[in-house]
Design a protein around this ligand. Structure first.
Ligand code: PDD
Length: 286
């Protein structure tokens, strides 16, 4: 069984106990991060910790640890869980006051944030096996989430419900649309390629500022791809030459069909292949 971390202790998962009054449990009043490690090496740690800080600040939860302490804790979790291919999950909630109350606990109550980390095994993404990658399928659904999707909140019910719909229709992901424009996937950012131009929705309160998105944009720039950060429609999505999703656990993955329709020729495209190679070299420079 994996070793988890809870409020200062390293424990087996079934030994970790959290109060039912924890505001994460009662109100989804908390935030999270998912950080990948391949061969025991954490990737994008700095960017993930920056976003963690930003999400905490957005909810006025005091960051319970210094940057150095977070870095050391994440490395410790990797070491204690076998140094392999792992996804490190961090959750911080507003903590467990003595009674349920919508408003934040008063400073005098001295409620401390709950800090919980797990490590689970991580499957190598498509960029580790570019030639064998066939791509994945997705569906398109209305984005029924709240209007602060830029906060990595643990309040994920719409994402969970829509991902389940994708799963039940045999698709890997659901791509979301709001007010006529594509936003992101239920757990990924979205990119299309049309006539050699890479297009992705701009950062706003409608999407999560993905860490992998940062690296994908950087790699696209290095490859000399033309880039546009702008909104695009479902029609543009369906007419794309290539469609990619990005996340910390999937890196950058080609989507080759939307419901019954093929994207491009229904195979991972040439721009994805070059990008995947570049990202691979960036992640593993040796
Ligand atoms: N999800 N958009 C949403 C809604 C997400 O949940 C995620 C990641 C992303 C991509 O962000 P990043 O590149 O930083 O992983 C975009 C994680 C992996 C999850 O919920 O498990």
């Amino acid at each position: 069984m994996n070793t988890v971390y809870l409020n200062g202790d390293f424990l087996l998962a079934n030994q970790a106990k959290i109060s039912p009054l924890d505001r994460g449990f009662l109100f989804a009043d908390g935030i999270y991060e998912v950080i990948p490690a391949v061969g025991g090496i954490l990737f994008g740690l700095d960017e993930h910790l920056k976003r963690l800080e930003r999400s905490l600040a957005a909810l006025s939860i005091e960051n319970p640890m210094s940057k150095e302490a977070w870095v050391s804790l994440c490395h410790d979790m990797v070491a204690r869980n076998g140094e392999g291919d792992l996804s490190i999950y961090i959750q911080v909630t507003r903590g467990a006051p003595y009674k349920r109350d919508h408003k934040f606990p008063a400073p005098a109550d001295e409620v401390k944030p709950t800090v919980f980390l797990t490590a689970s095994s991580l499957e190598r993404s498509s960029i580790y096996n570019i030639d064998a990658t066939k791509g994945a399928s997705a569906i398109v659904r209305d984005d029924i989430r709240w209007s602060r999707c830029d906060i990595k909140s643990v309040s994920l019910l719409p994402n969970v419900m829509i991902k389940q719909e994708a799963n039940e229709s045999g698709a890997m992901e659901a791509i979301l649309k709001r007010d006529g424009f594509i936003t992101e996937g239920t757990s990924s950012n979205v990119f299309i390629v049309k006539n050699g131009i890479v297009v992705t929705p701009p950062l706003s309160n409608r999407i999560l500022p993905g860490v992998t998105r940062i690296f994908v944009l950087k790699m696209c720039e290095e490859l000399g791809y033309k880039l546009e950060e702008r909104d695009f429609t479902e029609d543009e999505l369906r007419a794309a030459d290539e469609l990619w999703i990005s996340s910390s656990t999937k890196d950058v993955l080609p989507i080759v069909s939307l419901e019954e329709d093929a994207i491009g020729d229904g195979k991972p495209g040439p721009m994805w292949k070059d990008l995947a190679e570049r990202l691979m070299a960036f992640k593993h420079p040796d």
